[in-house]
Design a protein around this ligand. Structure first.
Ligand code: G4P
Length: 530
C-alpha cells in the first residue's frame, strides 16, 4: 500500500497555459529534453520531434476533421513523475482547453516578455483562479527586447489579480541580456548564447559580490541590477509557500526557452514548490489521495469517434486516488453500473501506448461504449461518492443552426443533442420556442466545423449556420428569479441551456453591467455550475 502512496506522492500533474506564440511548445520541448525523453540534437530538430510527438494524436483527428485533443506527456525528472497536460491553443482552442485545466493540480503560465499578459492567458488564468490552484509564471524570450520587468509584474498583478514573487531577476534583455540574478542564493546565472539552443549551454553561476562579476556584466548593468534588487526587496511580496499553494501568489522566473536558459532552474524550483496530487471535493466531502486507498477518477474529456467504423469514443479521466490496473472493474456512479475499464491508454512523450498500471495524479484514456459523460465519477469502492461536476465554460461564438433537409428532423435533433452531451458544443434554446430554433455556442470557431462534419458523417444531416453577433454569455445564478421578468438591454437575448439553466446573451460587454444595474440582486456567472 505504501508503494502506491509513494507513487502518488511523486506525481506532479500540471498544465502549461499561454497565449499562442509565447513559447509553450518550446518550453514543453525543453522540459522533455531535461527529462531525458528527447535528445539535444540541436533544438531545431529537437523542436520538430517534440512538436511531432505532441501533435501526433491531433493529426489523426485532423484527418477526420475532428480536432481538439488534450494530450498528456509523462516523464520522470528529479525523482518526480511529471504529467504535462497539453492545453490546445491556436486554432483548436476550445472548451476542452478549459476542461483540461480541471484535471491539473497546478499551472505554468508562459508570458512573452515583449508582450506581457495576452487575451488567451487571461481566459485560462481565470479558470485556474476559480480552482485556486498554484500558478507559476515563466517570463520567456528574454533573449529578445523585453518590456520593463517591473511593468510586466505590475500587469500580471493588475490584470490577473495575483501578486507575484520573483524568484530570479533578469539582467538586461535582447542583445544586452546577461543572465538572471537568483534572489535567494545571491548568485548570477550567466546567460550564454546557445545559438538558438543548437549548442548545449554550460551553466555558470557567480556571486553578485564576486569582483570577477564585472568580467561578465557591464558596470552600468550591475548598478541597475543592484538598484532593482533593492526596490524588489522593499516592494515585492515575500515568498510564501502557503500563499502559492492557495493560488494567491505566483512565483516568477525569467528565461529563454529557445536558448535553454533558465529552464532547468525553473524546473528544479517549480518541482519543489508545486504540489503532488491534490484532494478533490465530492458530494461526501473532500477525498484525499494520500488517505483514500480505493481507485477513483473523473471524466474531464470525451473524444468521439477515434475509429469511425466502430463509432467508439475515448473517455479521458483523471485518477484522483488509488491505483488503476488494466481491465479492472469499477463502479460508474452516474450510470449506476459496474463497468470494465478496458483498452487503457496514455499519451507518452513518444506516442500513445497501452498501459497496465496508473496512479492517482495520472491521466488515462478509456474505451467508452457511449456511457460516460463529462464530469462522471468512477470508483472501485462502489456508490460511495461522486466528485463535483465540471462547470460549463462560456462560449464566445454563437450561431443559429438550421437543417437543410427538414425531413431529417429526427436525426438532426438526435445528432446535435449527442454532440452537445459529449461537450463538443453547447446548445441553447430561446424561451417559448421548440427545438426548431437552436442556438449553438462554441469557445473556438473550429468547433463549428466539427459540428458540420460530424452531423454530415455520423448522422447524415446537412446544416446551415447563421452566425449571431453575441460575444458574451452569463448564467443566471439566482434560483428564485423568473428570467422573463428581467429588465435587460436591447442587445440582450434570454435563452436556456441543455440542462434548462437560464442564460443571457449579450453583444456588448457593457450591457452586462447595465443589466446588473437594472435588476437588483441579480447574480451572473461566467461558468455554468452544476
Ligand atoms: P506556442 O507553443 O506558445 O505557440 O509557441 P512556440 O513554442 O511554438 O514558439 C513560438 C515562436 O517563438 C517560435 O518561433 C519559437 O521558436 C519562438 N520562441 C519560443 N521561445 C523563445 C525564446 O525564448 N526566445 C526567442 N527569441 N524565441 C522563442 P517561430 O519562428 O514561430 O517558429 P520556428 O520557426 O522557430 O520553429
Amino acid at each position: 500500500m505504501s508503494e502506491m502512496f509513494d507513487q502518488i506522492k511523486k506525481r506532479r500533474t500540471f498544465a502549461i497555459i499561454s497565449h499562442p506564440d509565447a513559447g509553450k511548445t518550446t518550453l514543453t520541448e525543453k522540459f522533455l529534453l531535461y527529462g531525458g525523453v528527447i535528445n539535444q540534437a540541436g533544438s531545431v530538430k529537437g523542436k520538430a520531434t517534440a512538436k511531432h510527438a505532441v501533435s501526433d494524436w491531433m493529426d489523426i483527428e485532423k484527418e477526420r476533421g475532428i480536432s481538439v485533443t488534450s494530450s498528456v506527456l509523462q516523464f520522470e525528472f528529479g525523482g518526480c513523475c511529471i504529467n504535462i497536460l497539453d492545453t490546445p491553443g491556436h486554432q483548436d482552442f476550445s472548451e476542452d482547453t478549459y476542461r483540461t485545466l480541471m484535471a491539473a493540480d497546478s499551472a505554468v503560465m508562459v508570458i512573452d516578455a515583449g508582450k506581457g499578459v495576452e487575451a488567451q492567458t487571461r481566459k485560462l488564468f481565470k479558470v485556474c483562479a476559480m480552482r485556486h490552484i498554484p500558478v507559476f509564471t515563466f517570463i520567456n524570450k528574454m533573449d529578445r527586447e523585453a518590456r520593463d520587468s517591473f511593468d510586466l509584474l505590475d500587469e500580471i498583478e493588475k490584470e490577473l489579480g495575483i501578486p507575484t514573487c520573483p524568484v530570479n531577476w533578469p539582467i538586461g534583455s535582447g542583445k544586452q541580456f546577461r543572465g538572471v540574478y537568483e534572489r535567494e542564493s545571491g548568485q548570477i546565472e550567466l546567460f550564454e548564447d546557445t545559438m538558438k539552443g543548437t549548442r548545449v549551454g554550460t551553466v555558470k553561476r557567480i556571486p553578485l559580490d564576486d569582483p570577477e562579476v564585472s568580467d561578465y556584466v557591464e558596470e552600468d548593468a550591475l548598478e541597475l541590477l543592484r538598484e532593482e534588487i533593492e526596490l524588489l526587496d522593499g516592494a515585492s511580496a515575500e515568498f510564501d509557500q502557503e500563499l502559492v499553494d492557495a493560488g494567491e501568489l505566483s512565483p516568477v522566473f525569467f528565461g529563454s526557452a529557445l536558448m535553454n536558459f533558465g529552464v532547468e532552474t525553473f524546473l528544479n524550483h517549480f518541482l519543489k514548490m508545486t504540489t503532488s496530487p491534490l484532494p478533490r471535493t465530492s458530494d461526501q466531502g473532500v477525498i484525499d489521495p494520500m488517505e483514500e486507498e480505493e481507485f477513483s477518477a473523473f471524466v474531464f474529456k470525451i473524444q468521439a469517434n477515434m475509429n469511425k467504423a466502430h463509432r467508439d469514443r475515448v473517455a479521458f479521466m483523471r485518477i484522483c486516488s488509488g491505483e488503476f490496473d488494466a481491465g479492472m472493474d469499477a463502479w460508474h456512479v452516474q450510470g449506476g453500473k459496474k463497468v470494465r475499464l478496458s483498452q487503457p491508454q496514455q499519451m507518452m512523450a513518444n506516442g500513445r501506448k497501452m498501459i497496465e498500471r496508473a496512479y492517482g495524479g495520472d491521466i488515462i484514456g478509456i474505451f467508452d461504449p457511449g456511457i460516460f459523460s463529462i464530469g462522471d465519477t468512477i470508483t472501485s469502492s462502489g456508490n460511495k461518492y461522486a466528485y463535483e461536476g465540471i462547470p460549463t465554460f462560456a462560449p464566445e461564438h454563437f450561431a443559429r443552426v438550421r437543417q437543410v433537409d427538414t425531413m431529417k428532423r429526427k436525426q438532426f435533433i438526435k445528432g446535435i443533442n449527442q454532440i452537445a452531451q459529449e461537450g463538443a458544443i453547447q446548445i441553447f434554446q430561446e424561451y417559448n420556442t421548440g427545438m426548431e430554433e437552436i442556438i449553438v455556442g462554441v469557445v473556438g470557431v473550429l468547433q463549428f466545423d466539427v459540428l458540420i462534419y460530424r452531423l454530415r458523417n455520423e448522422y447524415n444531416v446537412e446544416i446551415l449556420l447563421d452566425k449571431l453577433p453575441y460575444e458574451h454569455i452569463r448564467w443566471v445564478e439566482n434560483k428564485d428569479i423568473d428570467i422573463r421578468e428581467l429588465r435587460g438591454t436591447s442587445d440582450m437575448k434570454k435563452v436556456k441551456d441543455l440542462k434548462g439553466r437560464p442564460l443571457l446573451l449579450f453583444i456588448n460587454s457593457w450591457s452586462i453591467g447595465m443589466t446588473l444595474d437594472r435588476n437588483e440582486g441579480l447574480v451572473l456567472s461566467e461558468f455554468g455550475r452544476e
